[in-house]
Design a protein around this ligand. Structure first.
Ligand code: PBG
Length: 313
């Protein structure tokens, strides 16, 4: 009589890919998660997951250099561009490659846009930022991304990317918008994983206030008007009410929810201490995210979940 079903089809696996390493690297803040070099090691990891039924990946790049304008994010032979090409050549049409589109991993300041100054006060230059975001998105589509996932929360970024893609023959490339992204402490382990912590300031001027829920509807509506194909709420476990609200309001749009790094690492820490049974905790939380209304779940637990689902509970 279970009302909620979960299959490997619902899962999206986040993968960290780092330039300049030859072996996978452990991430201190995220036990069990590795950064992969864009070579055979990456292929092997993706292949293992593919065989478990996980065919959707979201890729994050850690480049070999950073500057003020995120140049390494839109190079033809950048780490993500090379990885997308390699994955597409290897797995073909059956794999769904989602490219996280942001500047924080590629800039020396670590912000999700271009930083400018008024006197000695810095600000994020929204309109300059979206030009760069459109450029990054196009280079990702050219390299083989099936879906572009803008995660910067800049105003107008979805529209700018849609136009850039359409103008260059990528009408079929989808946009999965991080529409409802909270300024959350639960991204901290990711920022170590992707070396993307802001060098100064925080992301509160562009990400949402955790105290707000109806604002999520405004953000989602704008993204839909600008051309988003899939919406996202992030984090997931902490914002189940928001997932439900967005799904009920925009029920004709596929909704993704991101079970983020801090939500992952909290479980890992409790399990390590013997306080929680990992499988039961992860299954309950993931089912809850699905029950709340998510069609797609981005989760670092995707590899284990695929096995647990197959075994049955
Ligand atoms: C931005 C981005 C972040 C995450 C996904 N995309 C970091 C941020 O906004 O600071 C966080 C994901 C996670 O915590 O697992 N490129």
């Amino acid at each position: 009589m279970a009302e909620t079903r979960l299959t490997a089809d619902n899962l999206i696996l986040p993968v960290f890919i780092k330039d300049g390493i030859s072996q996978p690297e452990e991430i201190g803040s995220m036990p069990g998660i590795l950064r992969y070099p864009p070579n055979d090691h990456l292929i092997k990891f993706v292949d293992e997951n593919f065989n478990k039924g996980i065919t959707k990946l979201v890729v994050f790049g850690i480049p070999s250099f950073k500057d003020n304008i995120a140049s390494s994010a839109f190079q033809k032979d950048g780490v993500i561009q090379r990885s997308l090409r390699l994955l597409k050549q290897t797995f073909g049409e059956k794999i769904v490659l989602i490219a996280d589109e942001c500047t924080d991993e590629y800039t020396s300041h670590g912000h999700c846009g271009i930083v400018n100054y008024r006197g000695s006060n810095y600000y994020i230059d929204n309109d300059e930022s979206i030009k760069v975001h459109a450029k990054i998105a196009l280079s990702q589509a050219e390299a083989g991304a099936d879906v572009i996932a803008p995660s910067s929360m800049m105003d107008g970024v979805v529209g700018a990317i849609r136009k850039e893609l359409d103008d260059n023959g990528f009408q079929d490339t989808l946009i999965m918008a991080y529409s409802v992204k909270y300024a959350s402490v639960f991204y901290s382990p990711f920022r170590e994983a992707a070396s993307s912590a802001p060098a100064f300031g925080d992301r509160k001027s562009y990400q949402m206030d955790p105290r707000n829920s109806y604002e999520a509807l405004k953000e989602a509506k704008l993204d839909i008007e600008e051309g988003a194909d899939i919406l996202m709420v992030k984090p997931a476990h902490t914002y189940l009410d928001v997932i439900r609200l967005v799904k009920d309001t925009f029920s004709t749009y596929p909704l993704a929810a991101y079970h983020v790094s801090g939500e992952y690492s909290m479980i890992k820490a409790a399990v390590k201490n013997g306080w929680l049974n990992e499988r039961n905790a992860v299954m309950e939380i993931t089912y809850s995210i699905k029950r709340a209304g998510a069609d797609l779940i981005l989760t670092y637990y995707a590899p284990q979940l695929a096995e647990w689902i197959r075994e049955g509970t």
